[in-house]
Design a protein around this ligand. Structure first.
Ligand code: GLN
Length: 489
């Protein structure tokens, strides 16, 4: 990562990033450009460098902030009309940690409103274009963040991943995208989507940069009771899943036991031979042949390097998508109930009384996909339907967690596609929610199980579109997983 120093100023780095952001304006990457704020911070860092004072590990590094992270710079909109006009009084813990190391936010990146989606087409501000083909989607929901890194506007970008929103756009744009173990990075100050699966993570150009960002932002936060002790930076050997720490399981609404940390089975060292699991249930005609080919090629490369390929049968993963699209809308419906036109952002002025104010604000302020999830969520939680839907989904979730635990007894990491397709055309799936949801079939199981996954670039298709693969590890294997990604280059 290029940081500011005596020869290259932070002001230069920030100005270059802002210029590039403007050059690519028609890709709709940013909802807001932080020109004044970013330049002011850059000059402060330059002044410190000039005086020979100590600067942070990210001194002057320009980055893109997904527009669902709260900070006082600009409005935090989550790309939703209902949050327009909302200026946050607080700063997200992850943002505070990055900025304490000298990183400079140059803009707020576009997303599917409230992070609901797999294409960034559900944004109130319009879709973001793919970095490699303007007529195709960026992926989602963190589409703006992925494209900002892929087009080299910034060194890194933040993302949130509830069911694939970092890994899938990373794969569509040929960059690294990491969803850590649930509870690794504080979610304080991030707009909540589904509290039992939401994770903070990053987009970078290298595994080394990912490691640096993880070591800066990981750790327990008293403002987020689901955070784990800082196993990522723990060099005592207890780091990769010490059993002692399992008593500090994340506290999550009624699901704590099902997503409690387990002992990770990480490889001894990245140089030693690793066992890589391949899920044979995913090797079928519903997956694009070029993605299957890329996976096969990576396996051959790994074998040549002395690693072992292990075939896994994971039949319960087929329940993941259905379980996800019950559990997540249920949590979404609860988390979105706070947007009532009184406390945050937009308020409809058509209303004659209080009930109408709530109704009109929510009706005008949410996108159709947000409303669909609120409806489904309240339905699956309603009396009479809870047992048939929510409870069953929670049970399926436990089966999935157990299936991964069994798999990680046979292998150290698992390698799969990120999604069944390459970047699709803008407009192609937008009116067909089920085909959009099917994009998430390989990414959501990780969120249900709370385990980490890293998108690694794996070449290009014949048409020149990036192909990505997903490296998956047991809970708290994050550090060794990122280290192992270097083997896949
Ligand atoms: N595409 C998935 C969904 O729509 C994941 C979204 C996310 O990870 N925020 O729910």
């Amino acid at each position: 990562m290029k940081t500011a120093n005596k020869t290259v100023s932070a002001e230069r780095l920030v100005k270059d990033a802002l210029e590039k952001a403007k050059f690519f304006a028609d890709y709709h990457i940013f909802n807001f450009l932080n020109e004044e704020g970013a330049l002011k911070k850059a000059r402060e860092i330059d002044a410190k460098i000039k005086k020979g004072e100590k600067v942070g590990r990210l001194a002057g590094v320009p980055y893109a902030l997904k527009d669902n992270f709260l900070s006082p710079e600009g409005e935090t909109t989550a790309s939703a009309h209902i949050l327009q006009g909302f200026k946050s009084p607080i700063t997200a813990t992850a943002v505070a940690k990055l900025e304490a190391e000298g990183a400079i936010m140059i803009g707020r990146a576009n997303l599917d409103a409230f992070a609901h989606g797999s294409s960034t087409e559900n944004s109130y501000f319009g879709p973001t274009s793919n970095a490699f083909d303007k007529t195709r989607v960026a992926g989602g929901s963190s589409g703006g963040s992925a494209v900002a890194v892929a087009l080299d506007i910034v060194e890194f970008a933040t993302g949130t991943d509830t069911g694939g929103s970092i890994r899938q756009p990373a794969s569509f744009n040929g960059v690294y995208g990491f969803k850590p173990t649930f509870g690794t990075i504080s979610r304080y100050g991030v707009v909540a989507m589904a509290s039992s699966t939401d994770c903070i993570g990053f987009f970078t150009k290298t595994p080394e940069d990912m490691d640096l960002l993880m070591s800066i932002t990981s750790g327990q936060d008293s403002k987020d009771l689901t955070t784990l002790p800082d196993y990522y930076n723990d060099n005592t050997g207890a780091g990769s899943g010490d059993s002692g720490a399992s008593s500090l399981a994340p506290v999550v609404t009624g699901l704590a036991s099902s997503i409690a940390p387990v002992v990770a089975n990480a490889p001894k060292s990245p140089d030693s031979c690793a066992r890589i699991g391949i899920i044979k249930d995913f090797d079928n005609d519903s997956v694009n042949p070029e993605i299957r080919q890329a996976l096969k090629k990576k396996c051959d490369d790994l074998k040549k390097k002395g690693h072992k390929i292990v075939e896994l049968s994971m039949p319960n993963l087929k329940y993941a998508l259905a379980a996800y699209y019950i559990i997540v809308p249920a949590e979404v419906a609860s988390n979105l109930s706070r947007y009532d036109g009184i406390r945050y952002g937009f308020r409809s002025d058509k209303s004659k009384d209080l009930d109408a104010l709530y109704n009109n604000t929510r009706n005008e302020g949410f996108m159709p996909e947000n409303k669909r999830r609120i409806m489904i969520g309240n339905f699956v939680l309603s009396s009479g339907f809870y047992d048939a839907y929510f409870l069953k989904a929670a049970k399926a979730r436990t089966l999935i967690i157990k299936e991964y635990e069994a798999a990680f007894k046979k292998c150290d990491f698992i390698l799969t596609p990120v999604s069944p397709n390459l970047a699709f055309k803008i407009g192609e799936k937008v009116d067909d929610p089920v085909s959009m949801y099917l994009e998430d079939v390989m990414s959501v199981p990780l969120n249900l199980a709370g385990i980490p996954g890293l998108t690694v670039p794996a070449g290009k298709s014949k048409e020149g579109l990036p192909v990505g693969l997903q490296l998956i590890g047991p809970r708290r294997s994050d550090k060794s997983l990122i280290e192992f990604a270097k083997e896949l280059r």
